[in-house]
Design a protein around this ligand. Sequence first.
Ligand code: UDP
Length: 371
Amino acid sequence: MYDYLVVGAGLYGAVFGHEAKEKGKSVLVIDRRDHIAGNVYTEDVEGIHVHKYGAHIFHTNDEQVWTYVNRFARFNRFTNSPVANYKGELYSLPFNMYTFNKMWGVVTPQQAAERIEAQRAEAGITEPRNLEEQAISLVGRDIYEKLIKGYTQKQWGRPCTELPAFIIRRLPVRLTFDNNYFNALYQGIPIGGYTRLVENLLEGIEVRTGVDYLKDKAAFDAMAEKVVFTGPVDEYFGYSLGTLEYRSVRFETELLDMPNYQGNAAVNYTDSETPWTRIIEHKWFEFGKDENGQDLPKTVISREYSSEWRPGDEPYYPVNDEKNGTLYARYRELAEKESRVIFGGRLGEYKYYDMDQVIAAALRTCAQELR
Ligand code: UDP
């Protein structure tokens, strides 16, 4: 008999497990995949840590979270500055003075602001009601058309007019020559990979992988006082109220016999014709943009294809529109009635969490639960 059965060995489960163990609780962590670390899992290929389920760049403004993760890994100095490729034209991301200069030839922040203002005025948007209107009112129509529209529609499989405005507000718009993607005080990639970080969190805890909780729920429930469930909340309830929608991602990963494929960790393909959304070149997360990367003669790239999720696929992004929000609220009511179960993480709470938010949420739960 364990105090806690943690279902899912991703960040939420690993943090909870670690904290519970520290408080003297007995913990069993299980995961249906054959490895730990959930979607932050990294795999070693020819000395390169491949982000198997998509690029993960740790960034946070939360002092407590940053101090916390640094207990389990050292972080390198990495600054995410993706490049957008629109039909062979390259632009700096996020939207900053380099982007505006390339797009319009403007040189000063005043000129850039005037361009954006003119395009906003022309569109006549006062209260943005959807992602398209929000984007145009933030950066104007030219940037919307070349750098946002195609990418967003590929990523979400829906027109920008049917997507909520807040998704695009994740992206900074800067009238400075600063192409650091994240507005975060702290940023980096764990040296040695995310898998090692999660291994360190789970040190001394019993972990079983390749084990499916929902297939044998009653037997697992009998093994612990309480369950921490980090899988999809709708799946937990047998999809009884209907399925929540997710976006899924398919990766086409290739080992290439060249030291440098694209010169950057991330290149976004922002037109609507290119079928992939972006290409990740994993070595550039690890080594920084210096000649050290050239020491490795090979490189690994992943093309990312966004797709509609169907039962059986890996869920990645909760679709935060009204319909799914309403359905989630109903699942949430069911979840609250499960007094022995804590639901947490991106899938358990159906939230578009970043890694630092997942850790903060797990620590909050621990503070309440593990007194
Ligand atoms: N986005 C875009 N063009 C880009 C990159 C992002 O239009 O080149 C938009 C797109 O709508 C996306 C949103 O910004 O859904 C958030 O992007 P982010 O990079 O934060 O997504 P994530 O890192 O979670 O994949």
